[in-house]
Design a protein around this ligand. Structure first.
Ligand code: CA
Length: 533
């Protein structure tokens, strides 16, 4: 009797172990997700999107081994709303983060929580930017703080998982990638993982790492054809926007400063984040050694700049072009640091044997005007800031080297990740899973237009902006400015004939049928997304 019991007991234990192994094997078989997210990354500074640019070999390597989505868009072109759209799969007025500064409802449904319920281990490291900071959204988080949640490029402060503030010595993008790798190394290996690795770069004020300061020294970067745009043929608001690259004179933006020792560094940083104030705070954030090397690079350029200004050589358009070169070269050096760290992440996946079962995405919260129309920002619905890079690799599932033209948006990421994990997509999620697109051909019922709505009126002297874009046309409505009395204004662009959006056809009699069609499309989408405003 006793031995029978023992056999039964051994049998039950064995079955239990077997069952547990099956569960573990089943869960591990679900693909891991490494989501690499940057901030304000202009598509023309990614080789996979611009064949003339060769400054991102690692993002291009990722693209070659997976798919590049060529028509990938945000629904509201600023940092916080885009991040909330990614997490929730919903448009701004549904997730509630309409503007930078709108409170984040941290109790709402987000895809990382749903993945966690399905057995994933989840983490977010880097720029979060929303308020409040993460609480129980992820199993682990470490979040940039200071500078309004943007964080610093040098020696950044983070809110650690336990709520304490820690200063990490080094360069922001390197630290975020290193910490992401550390977390993946030390994860619970019985579970699949979601790692959201979120760089603050290349957001303004672009500060390259010291190792990249020698890049792009020789020669000029091509100036966009629309750099000296006079904004004729467009709405009256764009003429008044404060996004002009030439108008950004802060030393933190253009790095034109006195030579080392000829200015006073701000003292007495405040708070546990050690925040400095003033024009030279970006230099105060460095260590003495870092600052020395920084000046070693920039001082000769700034001396040269002052001489050329004093001699009268740098004025008007020449000065604007000079500022463009200075800004763009720093931007590209910062992009190079992103790319170097994408390379580190990919190399680590290869070395750890995880590459085969890990989906890797490279995206950015929106695009950026890098001198196009003379600007240096986002917000508007023109192509440069509406676009988001979206590159995805999924070995064995996505055929390498694809370029997929179906229109996608940031609201599609959450349902895609749920679909990848084999989960049902809740009905209230407004985006669509991209999984059916991975074979390269869009299903017949795929969307044929996208909806856009920017709410942060007043910022950079712009109004609210709403619109629709289809395969060829774009209709944009400008309305509700806090002080400019310009009323509601509309634009219609024919992107086939006018890809740079230099002439609105809204009042052109030849485009009245198109205009009506696009107005119908806008109203259809407003109804679909429950827009009340
Ligand atoms: Ca951004």
């Amino acid at each position: 009797m006793n031995s029978l019991r023992r056999y039964v007991a051994i049998g039950i234990v064995s079955m239990g172990v077997l069952l547990a192994r099956c569960v573990v094997a089943g869960e591990s078989a679900k693909p891991n997700i490494l989501f690499i997210f940057s901030d304000d990354h202009a598509l023309r500074t990614i080789g996979a999107y611009n064949p003339e640019f060769d400054g991102t070999p690692n993002i291009d390597r990722l693209a070659e081994s997976g798919a590049v989505f060529t028509r990938s868009y945000c629904e509201n072109s600023i940092c916080q709303p885009s991040r909330a759209a990614v997490l929730t799969g919903k448009v701004s007025h549904h997730h509630g983060v309409r503007t930078n500064g709108s409170p984040w409802n941290n109790k709402q449904q987000i895809f990382p929580r749903l993945l966690k319920q399905a057995g994933y281990q989840t983490a977010m490291i880097g720029k979060w930017h929303m308020h409040p900071f993460p609480s129980d959204e992820f199993d682990y988080h470490k979040t940039l703080t200071a500078n309004g949640g943007q964080g610093r490029y040098y020696n950044p402060a983070f809110v650690a998982h336990d709520g304490s503030i820690v200063i990490e010595k080094g360069y922001s993008t390197d630290i975020i990638a290193s910490e992401s790798i550390e977390w993946m190394k030390n994860r619970d290996k019985t579970k699949p993982f979601l790692m959201m690795c979120q760089f603050k770069a290349p957001h303004t004020n672009v500060m390259p790492p010291l190792r990249n300061l020698g890049m792009y020294r020789d020669g000029d970067i091509p100036i966009p054809e629309t750099f000296f745009d006079d904004y004729e043929g467009r709405n009256d608001y764009v003429k008044q926007s404060w996004m002009k690259m030439h108008g950004m004179k802060s030393p933190a933006v253009v790095k034109i400063t006195p030579t080392y020792g000829e200015y006073e560094l701000p003292k007495n940083p405040t708070g546990p984040e050690r925040q400095f104030k003033g024009d030279y705070k970006f230099l105060a954030e460095m260590t003495e050694a870092q600052r020395n090397e920084w000046h070693h690079h920039y001082d000769p350029q700034n001396e040269d700049y002052r001489k050329r200004v004093a001699s009268g050589e740098l004025t008007g358009n020449k000065l604007a072009e000079y500022r463009y070169q200075r800004y763009v070269k720093d931007y590209l050096r910062v992009v190079a640091a992103i790319d170097q760290n994408v390379g580190r992440l990919l190399d680590w996946l290869d070395a750890s044997g995880l590459a085969e079962n890990t989906i890797v995405i490279y995206s950015s919260d929106q695009g950026f005007y890098l001198g196009e129309h003379g600007w240096s920002d986002k917000r508007l619905m023109y192509e440069e800031s509406l676009g988001m890079p979206f590159v995805i690799r999924w070995p064995g599932r996505i055929k390498p080297g694809q370029r997929i033209d179906a229109m996608i948006q940031n609201i599609d990421y959450a349902p895609t990740f749920l679909d990848i994990a084999g989960l049902d997509i809740p009905d209230d999620i407004q985006g669509k899973s991209l999984v059916p697109l991975f074979d390269g051909k869009a299903p017949r019922n795929w969307r044929d237009s996208i909806y856009y709505h920017y709410y942060h009126s007043g910022a950079y002297n712009l109004p609210k902006i709403e619109g629709v874009r289809d395969d060829r046309y774009k209709l944009i409505r400008y309305y509700d400015h806090p002080c400019l009395k310009l009323g509601e204004q509309w634009e219609l662009f024919d992107l086939k004939r006018d890809p740079q959006e230099m002439k609105s056809e809204y009042d052109n009699p030849e485009y009245q049928r198109v205009k009506k069609k696009m107005l119908r499309e806008l109203n259809k989408l407003r109804k679909q997304y429950g827009v009340e405003e």
